[in-house]
Design a protein around this ligand. Structure first.
Ligand code: HEC
Length: 234
């Protein structure tokens, strides 16, 4: 009986630590292809507004909110779950049935064991709905070309890229590199000091961002044009 109590106490002490370790460990090196077959940007297929695509929407979001170092990457595998590739993510969904899919159930939890765990921000309703639609549409490993280099305003082009691909690791609840990209001001700061362009082009002297999958060339052009145009809140 005493042993059981000790074990219980130990668990109580350890469990908050598990969550904390998730927020502060450096990124692990991932396979640059990330298990993706076709990178969005040169698939030759345009995006249908009614569809949700794995490589465009789901994978980057999972990379920045679930599969980071110390959590569900291929090294830590928290709770035995590795969410770094399509094949591994697919193990936790039932194609066509979001409501019965483990991944969806974890994301919609609102209790203290929710995913991503506090202090990380929960997924937004829009992001949750994307996951739901993607699973209900068959949870396919699909991709399409949405990017247009002639569009490079903050609202139409830049903010959506940052929200899907960066913000999960760069917000007040998870301040990767002490950089907050949840606000325009935060993004502007790294646009001006050169770190934004240096990191997304994986240039020497900068940490490659995102490390798991380089942004499609078209999105890098949009970012460059936006910076060259004064990194405006437009
Ligand atoms: C999986 C989590 C993760 C994602 C996704 C991510 N970052 Fe980071 N980022 C970090 C961490 C952790 C650091 C600090 C350690 C390091 O530099 O590797 C960092 C550092 C940085 C730095 C500082 C680099 C330097 O050389 O000083 C910049 C700039 C940056 N990130 C921008 C971005 C942008 C822009 C995106 C999206 C296109 C992004 N990050 C996506 C976790 C992430």
């Amino acid at each position: 009986m005493k042993k059981l109590i000790y074990a219980g106490l130990l668990l109580l002490v350890i469990s908050p630590m598990v969550n904390l370790s998730c927020t502060h460990e450096p990124l692990s090196k991932l396979d640059p292809a990330g298990g993706i077959i076709e990178l969005p940007g040169n698939t030759g297929r345009s995006c249908s507004p009614d569809s949700v695509y794995f490589a465009n929407d789901i994978y980057p979001l999972m990379q920045s909110t679930c599969a980071m170092g110390g959590c569900h990457d291929n090294i830590t595998r928290e709770e035995g779950v590795d969410l770094t590739t399509y094949a591994n993510i697919a193990k936790h969904v039932i194609p066509g049935n979001a409501l019965r899919s483990e991944l969806y159930k974890e994301i919609i939890r609102t209790d203290k064991d929710r995913m991503p765990p506090p202090p990380m921000a929960p997924w937004t309703t829009e992001q949750i709905n994307k996951l739901k639609t993607w699973i209900n549409q068959g949870a396919k490993n699909n991709s399409c070309d949405a990017c247009d280099t002639t569009r490079f305003t903050y609202a139409a082009a830049i903010k959506p890229i940052i929200q899907t691909k960066c913000q999960g690791c760069h917000n007040p609840g998870f301040l990767g590199g002490n950089i907050d990209l949840s606000t325009y001001q935060g993004l502007k700061a790294i646009a001006i000091n050169g770190k934004l362009y240096g990191s997304v082009t994986w240039s020497n002297g900068y940490s490659p961002m995102p490390r798991s999958m380089k942004l499609p060339a078209c999105e890098i052009i949009q970012i460059k044009k936006w910076i060259d145009n004064g990194s405006l809140n437009n």
